[in-house]
Design a protein around this ligand. Structure first.
Ligand SMILES: [Zn+2]
Ligand SMILES: [Zn+2]
Length: 517
């Protein structure tokens, strides 16, 4: 049984309306690992839905977290915002509501394209609505017990000054520490280091619970049944361990079913963004990996297993594997070892599995197509020479379009140079041909003139002509690549030439055969 099915079955047995929580801290650039969390959550949601249950997936944005430091990517003036809640810090580009929106909005837009059906919840709004008030009150009432729990579970020395709740100073806007003795629901006083003495109302966004107390408080607010989270929180004595005990002993609730996931490791020569000079972000991964492939990538292995995200050629291999599992799903022909991957393909559709095998156009092929034409219409004209598009549905075109967009982004930002080319409108400058090269081109043209313009036929003709030519097959390939793209290697010739207009190719070879270069 697939792991998502195992968890879904368990949740469905325990509740008729299970809620799955996921979250993100939008304090800076969003990592690929955040995608794993969102997709893991959605996979379980759709698997529970598939069992006929009314299930919710929420996506909590930690917009009330403080800015912990001025990160390298922030301008110097942001120094003054360190320690303030990120929902109250201006956005660095001036186009977003605030700092939190700036970093998370592009990601949320992109997550939407993955078919993640979640409700977005901004943590600062929960504070504004007083949703945390009851839990905050409990943490003040039971502060000694909390100190004891944290010491017992985390193994760290007990801190008698531990504050489960930090007020925001009304004057300087930064988080500060409360004066515990002054607490009387709903107020607590504080003496800020800026000199201001103020009073925070726990029913308002005047302060926040610290992470180890806030997390289980969210479980209580939403009645969370399951939650995926990064393995750093799952370490022995970590925040899930303490959260579990705090949930039971302080807040009086049952903790959710934990789904700790391993990190996503970046791999491949292409992992540095060519123009930005930074490594692959979550947004990059969404932009260059077709959504169905990305979903599949996170579903094919257990959450506890590390995933390599390869932004080099591995991205094409991954897309090919997805296509293979799609064919296996519809043909029912697969090995026992592949059964799990086939089910991963199915879950990756989030309960919208196509009725029949969709038109498959590999990312590998589209990678060549998008380099041969600029607009989507022109690209479809190129594609139409090698793929029969007459019965393609809107859904097929939508998928091809998304794949084209993804490979275009990948080619620009991360793809290795050896895969890039552009078809030269004329014979590339500096081309030198020997007598024998021209002889080879003449024989090639005479055979191509009346051949059927199809990949296998073309590659057959090239192989036969090259082999009997004095220049040999290897040089024959080189001559062809040189004349078309000015390089000594390139895409597989049969499909590549078939993607071009037949007369264009023949004219190019003819012209070269009769030139004096
Ligand atoms: Zn912005
Ligand atoms: Zn202050």
């Amino acid at each position: 049984m697939h792991w998502a099915d195992v968890i879904a079955k368990d949740l469905a047995e325990r509740s008729d309306h299970p809620l799955i929580a996921t979250g993100i801290s939008p304090t800076g650039i969003i990592h690929v690992g955040s995608l794993r969390e969102a997709i893991t959550g959605e996979s379980i949601r759709s698997a529970v839905e598939g069992l006929g249950k009314d299930v919710r997936l929420i996506y909590l944005i930690d917009s009330f977290d403080p800015l912990r430091k001025r990160y390298d990517f922030l301008p110097e003036e942001y120094e003054k915002y360190v320690g303030m809640p990120i929902c109250r810090i201006p956005c660095p580009c001036g186009k977003h509501e605030n700092y939190a929106h700036h970093f998370v909005q592009p990601f949320l837009d992109a997550v939407d394209s993955l078919g993640v059906h979640c409700e977005i919840i901004w943590t600062h709004e929960l504070y504004e609505q007083g949703k945390f008030a009851e839990c905050i009150d409990q943490t003040f009432q039971k502060r000694q017990e909390i100190i004891e729990i944290l010491h017992r579970i985390s193994g760290k020395p007990a801190d008698p000054n531990y504050a489960p709740y930090d007020p925001v100073c009304a004057k300087c806007g930064r988080y500060t520490k409360p004066l515990f003795d002054t607490y009387k629901f709903p107020y607590v006083e504080y003496q800020c280091s800026c000199g201001y003495h103020g009073k925070a109302d726990v029913r308002k966004a005047d302060g926040k619970l610290t992470w180890r107390l806030e997390w289980p408080a969210k479980w209580k607010i939403f009645g969370t049944a399951a939650e995926p989270f990064g393995k750093d929180h799952a370490a022995a004595g970590g925040s899930y361990d303490t959260g579990k005990v705090i949930a039971k002993e302080i807040y009086g609730i049952e903790p959710p079913f934990p789904i700790p996931y391993e990190f996503v490791q970046l791999k491949g020569v292409g992992q540095m963004h060519k123009s930005l000079g930074c490594s692959v972000t979550g947004l990059d991964a969404i932009r260059m990996t077709p959504p169905e492939v990305l979903n599949y990538l996170f579903l094919r292995v257990l959450p506890s297993r590390a995933i390599d995200y390869d932004s080099g050629l591995g991205i094409l291999d991954m897309a090919d594997e997805y296509d293979r599992m799609e064919r296996a799903y519809f043909s029912h022909e697969y090995t026992d070892a592949e059964a799990n991957s086939v089910r991963a393909y199915e879950i990756a559709q989030h309960n919208h599995v196509p009725k029949e095998l969709p038109l498959q156009v590999s990312c590998r092929h589209l990678c060549n197509v998008v380099q041969m034409a600029d607009t989507f219409d022109e690209q479809m004209k190129v594609l139409g020479r090698t793929v029969d598009l007459t019965d393609a549905t809107d859904r097929d075109f939508k998928r091809i379009k998304r794949r084209c967009d993804c490979v275009t982004y990948w080619l620009k930002a991360f793809a290795p140079d050896k895969i890039k080319f552009s078809v030269s409108p004329t014979i590339p400058g500096g081309t030198k041909l020997m007598m024998n090269d021209k002889g080879f081109l003449q024989s090639l043209v005479s055979r191509m003139n009346d051949c059927v313009w199809e990949p296998e036929v073309i590659s057959g003709i090239i192989a036969e002509t090259g082999k009997i030519s004095p220049i040999g097959l290897k040089n024959a390939y080189k001559v062809i690549y040189q004349l078309l793209i000015g390089k000594t290697a390139g895409p597989r010739l049969g499909t590549f030439l078939a993607s071009m207009d037949k007369q264009f190719v023949i004219n190019r070879f003819n012209q070269a055969a009769h030139s004096d270069m």
